[in-house]
Structures are given as structure tokens and as C-alpha cells.
Design a protein around this ligand. Sequence first.
Ligand SMILES: [Zn+2]
Length: 340
Amino acid sequence: MKAVVLEKRGADGAEWRDFPDPIPAPGESVMRVVASSLNRVDLYMRDSGVGITHELPQVMGVEGAGEIVEAAPGSDLRPGMKAILYSEAFCGKCRYCLAGDQPLCESVRILGEHRHGAFAEYVAMPSHCFFALPDDADLTHAGLLMTAYLTAWRMLFGKKILRPGESVLVAGIGGGVAVACLQLARMIGARVLVTSSSDEKIARAVALGAEGGVNYRKDRVSKAILEMTRGAGVDMVIDSVGEASWGESLRSLRRGGRLITCGATTGSNPPSEIQRLFIRQLEIYGSTGGSIGEFRELLDVFGRGLLAPVIDSTFAMRDIRAAFDRLSAGVQFGKISLVV
Ligand SMILES: [Zn+2]
């Protein structure tokens, strides 16, 4: 088959080339991939990969949707059915899996990180990681749900649910997770404010239902947010920017508000501001991925046609370098889709 194979670190490290077909282990099934999407973790793996245990060469791609071609005996799958992958091959036996919290699985192996991924014509995964899609499902849309949209789902509706009428500030609008948060928060009737360095991205966010935004190059974020919320601050902040935005994100929260982080693009060690934390009784917690239960909820909403993901651009997998260039440039709004 053909696949995007990571041979070495660096800009010329990943290439669309011949690679052996996947051989399913017992209990695994095989999917013909139709679509996937490029994520920041792919860029991180291409350029660094520190902290991710894998051996090169490695097929990239942490999510995918397509059509089952080989179904494991005893599974509910059948050849020809449309399917989407839950990207975390979880053990199903540890205390976290048994509690339904698969993203915390003690021996999780993530597609495209710890095992060969979905930037390929074919991919094998444990059968319990495949979820059937309706016959009329748009596989290009499905190919980009797992990472950005499931991550957003868990942050908004996971530990502390965002309620209709509450307000959420999404820092750094434009990236896949941030745009997904905007869409999902609007879907339930929450108020959304955004930050960006680009007036154009703020305008696009407003067109998608955001109430307003702050250009952090021109204005101080917390001051503007307090003005927009009549001095109260927001109920929730979603921050994947990290060091550069952290302080202003904390200062934009109402008393007792919550900050959820799922990334640290600009660095991991901002000042903690402990005094602010306890006096204003703020909550901070991290989030990554989503559980099988959350994935089912997301797929149900998607399957009923209530969610159309925002696609920034579409590339053929063979043009992986151009797709990486687009992601590195930081100019995208929504997801970078990849099709076989
Ligand atoms: Zn487990």
C-alpha cells in the first residue's frame, strides 16, 4: 500500500511511499482509509517526538474514516460498512477503562503515535475501536472528528459541563480544537468570546456565532473580556496556547470560573498565580481526547446532521509536505483535511 511514512525528524522526514499492508492481529479489523486530518501532534512528531515512544519508520495519522475491508470474526463489523476509528487502542481491563475513562488507560496505544496510523490506504486496529457510521455519512467530515471535535467535546461537556447561557472564552481561535469548541458551545446556546492576532479570524468566528473577540496584538485580553461581560468575567476559558495566553486567560475568569487546557503551543511553564487561584477560587484542569461514551455522543450528533465541521483546506495525502507547510504557517481556520 501507499502511506505517509515518518522516516526521520524534520521537515523532509515524512513521505508518501510504499509500505507493507497492515497485518491484523487476532481481534483486529482492517479499514480502507478515505479521509483523515492533520493535527498539531503530527507536526510535533515530525519535528521532535520527545515523550512519544515509537520506532521509525512509522506510518503517521492519528485519526481516520473509511470502509471496513476485513472484519475480525465475532466482531459486529462487516466488509463494506462505513466506519470511523476511535484512535486510542485501550486495554479494556485497567481501572480507568473499567470506569469508562479510556483516555486515562494505563496501557493505551494511540493510532499514528504508538502504532501505525491512518495516513495510509489501509489501517488495522482492535475491532472495538471501529464505530459504524450511517450509509450516507460524509467520510471527509468523519475523518476529522476524532481529534479536534472529541477533544473539544470532553473539554466543554466532560468534567464540568458548560451550560446554556454560560460564557466561554476560546483562546487563539483558528486551530481545529478552538473552532470545534466554538461550534459545540454555540450548539448548546452558550456565549462564546474568542482571541486571535488576526481581525479576519475574529470576523470568521463571529460569522460562526461568536459574540465577539479580542485581537491580543492590539488590546489587553482580560480588560476587553471584562468589558464585554460587564465586569464579571467568563465562566470558562479554553486555552491550548499555553505560556503566551495563560495569565490573561486566568484574569478573564469570573470568580469560581474554570480554565481547561489541552495544549501548550507557546510553552508549558507560565506563572501559576497561586494567590489568584485560591482567592478567586478558580479551577484549572487538563484534558486530552475523550472517552468512548463521549465519542458515542459526538457521533450521534454528527450522524443526525447537526454538526458540519469547518474545513480550512483539503490536501491529498501524497501532498503531505504542503499540508504540513499550511499547518506550520498558523494561518488556518478550522481543520486541514487529508484524503487518500
Ligand atoms: Zn485500560
